[in-house]
Design a protein around this ligand. Structure first.
Ligand code: C5P
Length: 245
């Protein structure tokens, strides 16, 4: 089922490097051409809050992709500890269960009491690196898609505002979860570009048309000869696709 979103999808660039100099240089070049930046474990564990703040100083919204997963109290404390950084988006593993997600959502909402902007809270459902046989090895019955939908529902029930999902799960999630639930989608490749290690990619326009809110795009931007032009070309294509939809 195709869903039309009011706005064109946003582009968050995945900064998959622990090298702070490279990250800062990329940020400068991409400024004004992307809607946000995704910072993951490799950067955050190497440079911590200080490194994060260096990138955040540009004013670009940040998706802090730390995939928190622990007992509810520990995850809630982690969310509180991260609140002063004011990430626009923050995620936890749905596999941590309903109580863990609820504790994370409540802790995020409390950020405002301390004068910080509360992050939009997302759940990771099933890692796209896991096949059905891997789920079975872990005692999880059914297909990855069924598990994605089950965890997305559990996430929403427990205060999560969206999920990170593969492009091929957008249709089913939009249909099940409605229009307000945020879908953040990696595995995006502009037509004709290298798929690298991604197995089932979608173009930005296809993902937008299926109902994605945010596209997480790494190498198609960061490894381009001119990364600003690459990001801008994707943005222009998304806007054009929206106008002709
Ligand atoms: O370079 P590329 O566009 O493939 O980068 C995609 C980003 O999204 C990387 O940071 C990757 O770790 C992340 N990601 C993904 N697939 C998922 C979840 C996250 O590719 N299912």
């Amino acid at each position: 089922m195709m869903q039309e979103r009011a706005m064109s999808a946003e582009i968050y660039c995945a900064l998959d490097t622990p090298d702070i100099g490279q990250a800062e240089s990329l940020m400068q070049r991409l400024s004004g051409h992307i809607d946000g930046l995704k910072i993951g474990m490799e950067f955050f564990y190497a440079h911590g809050a200080v490194g994060y703040q260096k990138l955040a100083a540009s004013g670009v919204p940040i998706f802090l992709d730390l995939k928190l997963h622990d007992i509810p109290n520990t995850v809630a404390q982690a969310v509180r500890a991260l609140a002063p950084l004011e990430p626009r988006l923050l995620n936890v593993h749905g596999g941590g269960g309903g109580a863990m997600m609820r504790a994370a959502a409540d802790a995020a909402a409390q950020a405002e009491d301390k004068g910080f902007a509360a992050p939009t809270m997302l759940a990771v459902t099933v890692l796209t690196s896991l096949a059905e046989s891997d789920l079975h090895d872990m005692g999880i019955k059914g297909t990855p898609r069924e598990q994605v939908l089950r965890l997305a529902e559990l996430a929403r029930t427990n205060g999560m505002q969206g999920v990170v999902c593969s492009a091929h799960e957008i249709d089913a999630l939009r249909a099940e979860m409605g229009d307000e639930f945020k879908l953040i989608v990696p595995g995006i490749r502009p037509a004709g570009s290298d798929a690298h290690d991604q197995k089932r990619v979608m173009t930005p326009e296809q993902a937008q048309s299926a109902g994605a809110d945010i596209l997480v795009i790494g190498r198609a931007i960061t490894e381009a000869e001119n990364c600003a032009m690459a990001a801008q070309a994707i943005k222009t294509a998304l806007l054009a696709a929206k106008e002709t939809a």
